[in-house]
Design a protein around this ligand. Structure first.
Ligand code: NAD
Length: 456
């Protein structure tokens, strides 16, 4: 039996292996999904959506939440409280997913002269859902619900770093659905590539830009539909007149939560030079208050990084910043066993440093200053990434106007970004292709078909 081997990032100790899917098993998993999908698509929407309430009940059960949260903490080091918050997202978002999908599935009728056209929205068939390790429960749920509620079948491939959490999530939802409708494939990039090449109609992917590009190439042959949610290098602009305390709270929280391993983490702070000293003092104080410890303890704010490789990337970027003259306000220490790396606060980050150019995905508050707002906007936009951003300044039209000049799909104004209230989850430039959530996001999992007839 081929297995996936993982390690507990807090200790470096091996975790129980999980069985890997073999390429020759894919055809049956996909065929079962396709057979189940035909009957699923024929049901009316409310019948299809009924399972969502049962899923919500399951992820409200304290024992189930505890098992899932412990698995996430053990596999990728997310502190237990944050893991529970991730699972709470499944509970809190699922009804909104149902509401958006209900709208997306409605036909539209238009009349022009003597022609009446009805546009119906049809499921695509089987959607490959390929997920990363940093949100091992909520990301699979976001993509799988989008696919299933719009009448598709899905085949989920969790990350090879979090196979057990992926399997637990799958087990929670799969038996609420017709047999085979949500398949499961376990393994790494190789089986991921085989899944993209197999008889699937769409790939819904969350992960790195490099893998997104590989998927795009693989999918080109079959012109498969794609939704790709990719990496970010989110800027934060702190303008004159900003509430520095609130900005420091956010900068620290959004750079360090999940050890910075969040696609919409704050990766670049641009603070007006007159506010820098006050801002850095406030950041230093907050970082000192972080409780570093065992991810399985209830009091921990900050655990280990998820993998040795991820820690190495961060250390390489920090070494490059030091060589090029950045100053460490706080220097995160590496320690073991396990993949621990304390938080760093770095000032004087120049635009040509790796810390400013490449996704860090690590616990670093990276600070540089600016003199003019135009300069801050230009430097914030000087990146191929365009996922999220935030602007901090006096509430009102001037700060709003700066938000409108940023090349990011999601911008927060005196807060973090949000896809609440029916908004899409969307990246710009190389941070995404297609998008999810929102009615329009649901329609990315569907094919419009028009029926034209003469009237009158
Ligand atoms: P990754 O791209 O290395 O892997 C993601 C998934 O793709 C894994 O399941 C992996 O096994 C699979 N995979 C790898 N090669 C493949 C191939 N050739 N074909 C098909 N599948 C393949 O990313 P990761 O390290 O797991 O996750 C971190 C990345 O995800 C970061 O860049 C982060 O910013 C991004 N991310 C983005 C969002 C978003 O919403 N935009 C959310 C979370 C994470």
């Amino acid at each position: 039996m081929a297995v996936i081997e993982t390690r507990n990032p807090a200790t470096g100790e091996p975790l129980p292996p999980v069985e890997a899917t073999q390429p020759e098993q894919l055809a049956k998993i996909i065929a079962d999904a396709r057979a189940a999908q035909r009957e699923w698509a024929a049901r009316d929407f409310e019948d299809r959506a009924a399972f969502a309430e049962q899923l919500i009940a399951r992820v409200s059960d304290a024992e189930i939440v505890d098992e899932l949260a412990r698995s996430v903490a053990q596999e990728m080091g997310k502190p237990l409280r944050q893991a529970r918050a991730e699972i709470a997202n499944v509970r809190n978002r699922s009804r909104a997913f149902v509401d958006r999908a209900r709208e997306a599935c409605k036909a539209e009728v238009g009349v022009e002269g003597s022609i009446e056209v009805t546009t119906t929205w049809r499921p695509l068939g089987v959607v490959a859902v390929i997920a990363p390790w940093n949100f091992p429960v909520s990301t699979p749920n976001n993509l799988a619900l989008s696919a299933i509620l719009t009448g598709n079948a899905a085949v989920l491939k969790p990350s090879e770093f979090t196979p057990r959490s992926g399997a637990l999530y799958h087990a929670l939802i799969a038996d609420l659905l017709p047999p085979g409708l949500l398949g499961l494939v376990q393994g790494g990039g190789e089986i991921g590539r085989a899944l993209v090449q197999a008889e699937v109609d769409m790939v819904a992917f969350t992960g790195s830009i490099a893998t997104g590009q590989a998927i795009m190439r693989e999918a080109a042959g079959g012109m498969k539909r794609l939704v790709l949610e990719l990496g970010g290098k989110d800027p934060m602009l702190i303008l004159p007149g900003a509430n520095v305390d609130a900005a420091a709270d956010f900068a620290v929280r959004n750079s360090l939560t999940n050890c910075g391993q969040v696609c919409v983490a704050t990766e670049r702070v641009f603070v007006h030079r007159d506010l820098e000293a006050e801002f850095i003092a406030a950041v230093r104080e907050r970082v000192a208050g972080y409780s570093v410890g065992d991810p399985l303890s209830e009091d921990t704010d900050y655990g280990p990084m998820a993998s040795e490789r991820q820690r190495e990337i961060v250390l390489e970027q920090l070494a490059d910043a030091r060589e090029r003259g950045a100053e460490f306000v706080v220097e995160g220490q590496k320690r073991g066993p396990g993949y621990w790396l304390g938080p760093s606060v770095v000032r004087g980050v120049a635009d040509d440093m790796r810390l400013a150019r490449e996704e860090t995905f690590g616990p670093v508050v990276a600070i540089s200053t600016f003199a003019e707002t135009d300069e801050a906007v230009r430097r914030a936009n000087a990146t191929p990434y365009g996922l999220g951003a935030s602007v901090w300044g006096p509430p009102g039209p001037e700060t709003e106007a700066v938000a409108g000049r940023l090349e990011a799909g999601m911008v927060g104004i005196n807060r973090g970004l949000s896809a609440a209230a029916g908004a899409p989850w969307v990246g710009w430039k190389m941070s995404g292709y297609g998008y999810t959530r929102s009615v329009a996001g649901m329609r990315n999992f569907m094919q419009p078909q028009t029926h034209a007839r003469n009237v009158g």
